[in-house]
Design a binder for this molecule. Structure first.
Ligand SMILES: C[S@@+](CC[C@H](N)C(=O)[O-])C[C@H]1O[C@@H](n2cnc3c(N)ncnc32)[C@H](O)[C@@H]1O
Length: 379
């Protein structure tokens, strides 16, 4: 994906992701069944092969997906199946290598093949297309960036020291790195828009905002969540707070979404102050970026700003206490690698954070996604 592609990617990632979500109970039942089948599969597979398959699936396949995303293969299949030779010519790839990549990705269901061997899209690779609402292409492109690879290359350091690889590599946290490296920052923000599309849709479907008239989105990024909520709730006005380099892009994003007049944009630092006057403060995928001390500082900023009858809402993954299979437990490693002491948390860890910042946790509401809505009130 080129820098020129990015505005188009942002528009499609939001637009606004209206995928019909199945009820939470159905999602939970299906996931339990899948986990059970995975356990049965593991029982009948020799353990060394299980290890090889795990590394193969998560390392080899992830690299193949990233390369396919960077080459824009899914976009080229928009109008129908194509042979690997046609695709190789279009993206200037070495034909045999591209064929092997596509064959492997077809093997795991990312693409499919016609009887004549031509490759075509599946419901998965549709989300590698730049124009698909909720597209994950930017996220895959982000995972292929040098800073992301370098950070994972220092996972061992992180495990030994507890430090974020970015501290060792660049002497700063990643958000500071993005401020100093605008292109990396743009790619990250664009990726977050895709990553958050699922949780945004889940929050909008799960929580009733009909009584909220003024919402403050703390660390709101480009504004996917804000745009979704403002469109769904005409009574609502918003304030979005983020770092100055993000706010400029948020402005054009919200304008394109047609909600800019109802949203004030504030450049700020959520460790110090967040705007007052909101009856709801929402933080999506924010607290998991930080250790307990800094997470508490952010929540304390919200506590100082929130009205006595206001609601604090987090949209985050919640790790189950019994370590049952849950993607958040695996995703927690990405937080460790990118943010050092950033982490996914259990409900009791969130409860403790809320208490330390002067809030009482009132509800943890499962959403039809990996994320939950965690509600608190000031005490
Ligand atoms: C993981 S992203 C989440 C963005 C958005 N809430 C979403 O769900 O897509 C974290 C956001 O926090 C913002 N951020 C980081 N440090 C900040 C600070 N000190 N003050 C305000 N925003 C900050 C980043 O710029 C980024 O947009």
């Amino acid at each position: 994906m080129t820098l020129q592609d990015r505005p188009r990617a942002l528009q499609s990632q939001s637009k606004t992701f209206n995928q019909k979500l199945p009820p939470v109970l159905v999602v939970k039942l299906v996931l339990s069944l899948i986990n059970l089948l995975a356990k049965v599969r593991q029982k009948v597979t020799p353990p060394p092969l299980t290890l090889l398959e795990m590394v193969g699936t998560y390392t080899f396949i992830s690299h193949a997906i990233m390369v396919a995303a960077r080459l824009g293969i899914a976009d080229l299949l928009k109008d129908g199946p194509k042979s690997s030779e046609e695709l190789a010519q279009a993206v200037e790839a070495y034909p045999e290598s591209l064929y092997r990549l596509l064959r492997a990705l077809t093997n795991v269901g990312v693409f499919a093949q016609e009887k004549d061997g031509r490759f075509k899209l599946t419901s998965i690779s549709k989300y590698l297309q730049i124009d698909t609402p909720g597209s994950m292409r930017s996220l895959m492109v982000m995972c292929s960036q040098e800073w992301h690879h370098e950070s994972w290359g220092h996972f061992l350091t992180s495990v030994k020291t507890g430090k974020a690889p970015s501290e060792v590599l660049y002497g700063m946290n990643l958000f500071q790195y993005f401020e100093q490296n605008p292109e990396a920052g743009e790619i990250f923000n664009s990726a977050m828009t895709g990553f958050s599309a699922q949780s945004t849709a889940a929050v909008a479907a799960t929580y009733d905002f009909s009584r909220v008239t003024a919402i403050v989105d703390v660390g709101g990024g480009l504004g996917t969540l804000m745009a979704t909520l403002l469109k769904k709730y005409p009574q609502m006005n918003g304030v979005l707070v983020d770092r100055p380099h993000v706010i400029a892009d948020a402005r054009s994003f919200l304008e394109a979404e047609g909600v800019a007049q109802r949203c004030e944009l504030v450049s700020g630092n959520f460790f110090e102050v967040v705007p007052s006057g909101g009856d709801a403060y929402i933080l999506q995928n924010i607290i998991h970026d930080w250790d307990d001390e800094r997470a508490t500082a952010i929540l304390k900023s919200c506590r100082r700003a929130i009205a006595a009858n206001g609601k604090l809402l987090l949209s985050e993954m919640v790790i189950p206490p019994d370590n049952r299979p849950y993607f958040g437990t695996v995703f927690d490693l990405e937080m460790q690698v990118l943010c050092g002491s950033g982490r996914e948390r259990t409900e009791s860890e969130f409860r403790a954070l809320f208490e330390a910042a002067g809030f009482k946790l009132t509800r943890v509401i499962p959403a039809p996604s990996y994320s939950y809505v965690i509600e608190g009130v000031p005490v």
